[in-house]
Design a protein around this ligand. Structure first.
Ligand code: NAD
Length: 236
């Protein structure tokens, strides 16, 4: 029988981290070997998983792949650790700088990496629909409206920007609007408008588990692959 894939969760105390820990523990073929958050943990071991603070990152046990859903300020350290240890790197952290994107590309020369603005299958399909609609509706207005919970730091969301890139590939020039309200998990509307008619393509996420499942699936799929930058659709 194959050894389970050893996974480190970075951003473990967060909304996504909690979902990843719960689903990762229940998933066959993988084992969560470390959980890292910004601050020192109140408990050192929770349900068999050792917890670490960001300042203790260099001391985490061996792992095969890290899943990072933290914040841009935590991204550099976990990417550097994966590159130095030669492990896989999966990240859904949004709001990255240009320099961080360049570092990700550079790391892909040494290790397999996958960054995605959105780990849901529905949004992967939505991107394709948006590109098709944009190329068929030349000259129409294209507006991307996104809504998220009030704790979200970046705007427009990484998913809105990824949908915008899909629209641009189809020839549209998208504009963005962001709404922060209550506990909305994530809603994205891509609206194409002409005189007298309008098309709306909408994705609504009601549960973070969809992103966590996609990230766990990607992490397991990345292990054993050659260095390079992978897309979610390569592994789904
Ligand atoms: P959150 O604020 O609930 O959690 C953030 C986590 O990151 C916490 O555990 C915090 O301790 C940790 N952290 C912060 N700074 C750190 C540092 N310097 N070093 C190490 N850890 C640090 O956030 P969330 O809602 O769980 O979202 C996390 C990220 O994932 C955000 O960037 C969000 O936009 C993104 N996200 C992406 C997807 C996707 O599918 N790609 C889906 C949901 C959220």
């Amino acid at each position: 029988m194959n050894e389970p894939v050893r996974i480190l969760i970075h951003g473990a105390s967060g909304r996504m981290g909690q979902s990843l820990l719960r689903l990762g523990a229940a998933r066959q073929g993988c084992s969560i070997v470390a959980a890292v958050s910004a601050r020192s943990p109140t408990q050192r071991v929770v349900e068999g998983v050792p917890y670490f603070s960001a300042s203790e990152l260099s001391g985490v046990p061996e792992f095969d792949v890290a899943i990072d859903f933290s914040l841009p300020e935590g991204f550099d350290a976990i990417l550097a650790l994966c590159a130095s240890r030669g492990t896989g790197f999966v990240s859904g952290t949004t709001g990255l700088s240009e320099a961080q994107r360049t570092d990700l590309q550079a790391a892909a020369v040494r290790i397999p990496v996958l960054w995605a603005a959105n780990f849901s299958l529905g949004v992967a399909v939505l991107e394709e629909l948006v590109e098709r609609a944009a190329s068929a509706l030349r000259g129409w207005d294209c507006d991307i409206v996104e809504a998220h919970h009030t704790q979200k730091k970046d705007a427009p969301s990484g998913t809105a920007l990824a949908l915008g890139i899909a629209a641009e590939r189809g020839g549209a020039q998208p504009r963005y609007a962001s709404l922060r309200a209550g506990d909305i998990v994530g809603e994205h509307t891509v609206q194409f408008t002409a005189t007298g008619e309008r098309i709306e393509l909408i994705h609504r996420a009601s549960n973070r588990d969809i992103f966590a499942r996609g990230a766990l699936h990607a992490a397991v799929g990345l292990v054993g692959r050659p260095a390079g930058q992978y897309r979610l659709r390569d592994l789904l």
